[in-house]
Design a protein around this ligand. Structure first.
Ligand code: ZN
Length: 225
């Protein structure tokens, strides 16, 4: 894959990494051997590229944060780039306004829908997750999906969701330098609380190989079917 345009995002993330604290190693976790109880499917259609994902900080800048210990960030790429045109507006990005779906059934326990989106290259350090949804799957497993388009989230706190139900549109709100989806599971129902849990998805493709149960890794292209 020609990745010449990917570094814009990756370099931005490295800046984020510097801001968050380069000196930190992976956050200690009691859940390294944890297996996800909820039957999770990838929360999108089509091909998505894993910018950050995996167990080590080298693969995944989130790994130094307890709640985001096993998080992933994903974008869409065509011809080696995440955008067309000059990339100066969110609409230039391939994943922008792509529909995001509930990865598993559950109840919405927290939702924010009113955060303005960023201009690409800028971030919002005051509202890190931007517009986001937290879904309670039971068994102390809570999915966090973040950075949605402002007012695009179509579910409310208390709603019972079916797996695969649409919940909103991928955007660029919060601590985000360009449109992407952030996803992780944690063991508490409130944002930035609790410990992250490994998120294992069922029945997806990674670099065209079928995965019955697995965790998306950095630089993989993943899709549901
Ligand atoms: Zn993220």
């Amino acid at each position: 894959m020609n990745t010449k345009n990917i570094p814009f995002y990756i370099i931005s993330c490295f800046f984020a990494l510097i801001l968050i604290g380069c000196e930190k190693d992976e956050a200690p976790s009691s859940y390294l051997d944890y297996q996800t109880i909820a039957a999770l499917e990838l929360p999108f259609n089509d091909d998505w590229f894993v910018v950050w994902g995996g167990r080590t900080k080298a693969e995944n800048y989130h790994a130094s944060l307890s709640d985001q210990r096993f998080a992933i960030d994903v974008v869409q790429i065509e011809n080696g780039s995440t955008f067309i045109g000059d990339g100066k507006q969110n609409e230039d990005y391939y994943c922008y306004r792509d529909t995001i779906y509930a990865p598993g059934s559950g109840q919405v326990v927290e939702m924010v829908n009113s955060v303005n989106e960023n201009v690409p290259g800028k971030t919002n350090k005051n509202q890190l997750f931007g517009n986001y949804v937290i879904i309670d799957h039971g068994n102390d497993e809570f999915s966090v999906l973040a950075h949605f388009v402002k007012n695009s989230i179509t579910v409310e706190v208390g709603d019972l969701l079916d797996k695969g139900q649409s919940i909103g549109l991928a955007g660029n709100s919060g601590n985000s330098t360009e449109p992407h989806l952030h996803y992780h599971i944690q063991n508490k129902p409130s944002i930035s609380r609790g410990d992250g849990l490994p998120a294992q998805f069922i029945n997806y493709y990674a670099n065209d190989f079928f995965v019955s149960v697995g965790e998306p890794l950095r630089n993989q292209t993943i899709r549901k079917k």
